[in-house]
Ligand binder design. Structure first.
Ligand code: BTN
Length: 235
């Protein structure tokens, strides 16, 4: 079960790095590492993750089980889905998933997922701006980021959220990929839009038309070609 053991620390550099230290335990699958703040929170693509004390959720989940998905890449959107469904459970907000792993509310980012692999172990890092006051966001993210508190106008109970999120994670990890894809499509921020996507080497522009079963994005370019992008970043 996700969260059968929760390792809580007041401060750590990155919960993903700390979680790796527990990956060898016999009961490693489902262990959650939770920090009050991070001094070196990591985002995707070498970015940092703004992690002010107490108001955010900074957690990493060790996943060591056989997944229902033949494609490990799907884990990242699946974890985003669990976060989005948890937000929906507690509010009238309509969280959307910006491919591949951003959780957005009212077009602004409230959370992100960083999945790292260590041999047969996946570490799914989850960062959520729960009760973060948007005034404290650094300049480089303040126009793009928001928090659940800011969008809902109320404080969120962290413990309650964590309990429900653990159940939602357990659910997405034991659900077949076709259903995960359907649930992702229903909450996609990306599908149907004209987007620019960088895969690290090239930038592609086109209409986001669908997802492959491995979670990759299908982009229709202006010349009518369909491109399949495994991983990347939408500008
Ligand atoms: C992103 O959107 O770029 C991914 C952000 C992931 C942030 C979380 S916070 C908990 C875990 N520990 C880290 O260092 N990063 C992830």
């Amino acid at each position: 079960m996700i969260g059968h053991a929760i390792i809580r620390v007041e401060e750590t550099a990155s919960t993903n790095d700390l979680a790796r230290e527990f990956a060898g335990r016999v009961d490693a699958d489902g262990i959650v590492v939770l920090a009050g703040r991070q001094t070196n929170g990591k985002g995707r693509l070498g970015r940092s993750w703004f992690s002010p004390p107490d108001t955010g959720i900074y957690m990493s989940v060790i996943i060591k089980r056989r997944l229902n998905y033949p494609y490990p890449f799907l884990i990242c959107p699946a974890v985003s889905l669990a976060v989005a469904e948890t937000i929906e459970y507690f509010s009238d907000l309509e969280p959307r998933i910006k491919w591949p792993n951003d959780i957005v509310v009212n077009s602004k980012k409230i959370g992100g997922i960083l999945v790292e692999r260590n041999n047969d172990v996946l570490i799914a890092g989850i960062g959520i701006n729960l009760n973060v006051d948007p005034c404290v966001f650094p300049d480089e993210i303040k126009d793009k980021a928001t928090s659940l508190m800011a969008e809902s106008g109320r404080n969120w109970d962290k413990e309650e959220f964590l309990k429900k999120l653990s159940l939602a994670l357990e659910d997405v990890l034991s659900t077949e990929e076709e259903e995960i894809l359907d649930r992702l499509i229903a909450r996609s921020f990306t599908l149907g839009k004209i987007v620019k996507v960088s895969d690290g080497k090239n930038v592609f522009q086109g209409k986001a038309e669908g997802f492959e079963s491995d979670g990759s994005l299908l982009l229709r370019t202006a010349d009518g070609k369909m491109i399949n992008i495994k991983s990347g970043e939408i500008g």
